[in-house]
Design a binder for this molecule. Structure first.
Ligand code: SF4
Length: 348
């Protein structure tokens, strides 16, 4: 290293610029920053706030109610990632539904769910399709494969969301976005560059200690210059155009729709739905699921946590009534949830 050149860690520790709020859009960033002890390096005027990038956390209560309805009223086998099973619905979680005889099958990918449907032709199988640009292509691929194989007992309950509209909705909440590298690997960086024209600053960050320290150091250095900026600090994975293949696949099967985000309400154009020619794989249409209102526990402040309006530790039931073993809200359940990160590492 050149003599006189500061390391990323030194730049962060010695930052003496104006107060700044940096939003970790992605729950994995929140967890990694805690786990690696990076928070302890930050001067007091640098505040890290959580954002809406945990797919399980932003999925609304009504979605859990829909899945419980399918399991208990329609005798459907629910295939899902494990995290969703313990998220409380209005009255029941999927774990409750399982204890009442509902068939809940944990899978690690939509491809597993499609395979399960193929191997169990006597069961109706629904995959709970949640997540952002990173996970949506795999869900689309499972539907495409089901069609190619003539599988008719498989469908997906869609709550997939897209990040650009969330950035728009949250642009007043933070001074800098720490953009999720895995999402940008799919979308590319154009949308982030466009946000600079609206005064929104951000850096794309990877997930190792070196990548996170570099991204934070770059963010703080650029912030002091006083102009909106965008820097891709994850160039080994993220390109300007993103993954054309994934974008093409999603575009072939899905179209934008309005979508409800826990805490943020309905954000126009922030969701995805299967196009009409694929709707036989849309569980909502296939099983004519009634509209669910969905009510969260009134004590839960997940909605505010997801907008960076309060810290998990500001919630009255954090760490007492609400703990990972007995979650009251989604942010305490998921491995990417801010409340779970604070409980495991911080409790500030
Ligand atoms: Fe919701 Fe629990 Fe977090 Fe409070 S601590 S906001 S109840 S998940």
């Amino acid at each position: 290293m050149d003599k006189g050149k500061k390391t990323a860690k030194e730049i962060i520790e010695e930052y003496d610029g104006p107060a700044v709020r940096i939003m970790e859009v992605c729950g994995t960033h929140t967890h990694e920053i805690f786990r690696l002890g990076i928070r302890k390096l930050l001067p007091k005027q640098v505040e890290l706030i959580s954002g809406p990038g945990c797919p399980v956390c932003v999925t609304p209560v009504s979605y859990i109610d829909e899945a419980v309805y399918l399991a208990l009223e329609k005798n459907v086998t629910i295939c899902t990632f494990g995290d969703l099973v313990r998220v409380p619905g209005t009255k029941k979680s999927l774990a409750d539904a399982r204890s009442e005889g509902g068939k809940i099958h944990i899978v690690y990918s939509p491809a597993d769910a499609e395979k399960y449907a193929k191997e169990h032709p006597d069961e109706e199988v629904v995959f709970l399709s949640v997540g952002f640009e990173t996970t949506t292509p795999a869900g689309c691929l499972s539907v495409k494969k089901a069609k190619e194989e003539g599988i008719t007992n498989y469908s997906i309950l869609i709550a997939n969301k897209t990040m650009p509209q969330a950035y728009e909705a949250l642009k007043e909440s933070a001074d800098i976005f720490l953009y999720p590298g895995h999402v940008n690997a799919i979308t590319g960086t154009k949308l982030c560059e466009d946000l600079v024209k609206e005064g929104v600053s951000g850096v794309v960050a990877g997930f190792t200690a070196k990548e996170l320290l570099t991204a934070l150091a770059v963010a703080l250095t650029r912030f002091q210059k006083g102009k909106p900026f965008f820097v891709n600090c994850y160039p080994r994975v993220v390109t300007e155009e993103g993954s054309k293949e994934a974008q093409k696949l999603v575009d072939m099967l899905m179209e934008p729709c309005d979508s409800e985000w826990r805490g943020l309400g309905i954000i126009p154009g922030s969701g995805l739905n299967l196009r009409p020619e694929w709707e036989m794989y849309d569980a909502r249409k296939k099983y004519q699921i009634p509209v669910m209102e969905g009510r969260a526990n009134p004590a839960c402040r997940c909605g505010e946590v997801l907008q960076g309006k309060c810290k998990p530790s500001d919630c009255k039931v954090f760490g007492t009534v609400c703990i990972p073993q007995h979650p009251v809200g989604a942010c305490m359940v998921s491995g990417e949830g801010a409340c779970s990160a604070y409980y495991m590492y911080g409790r500030e």
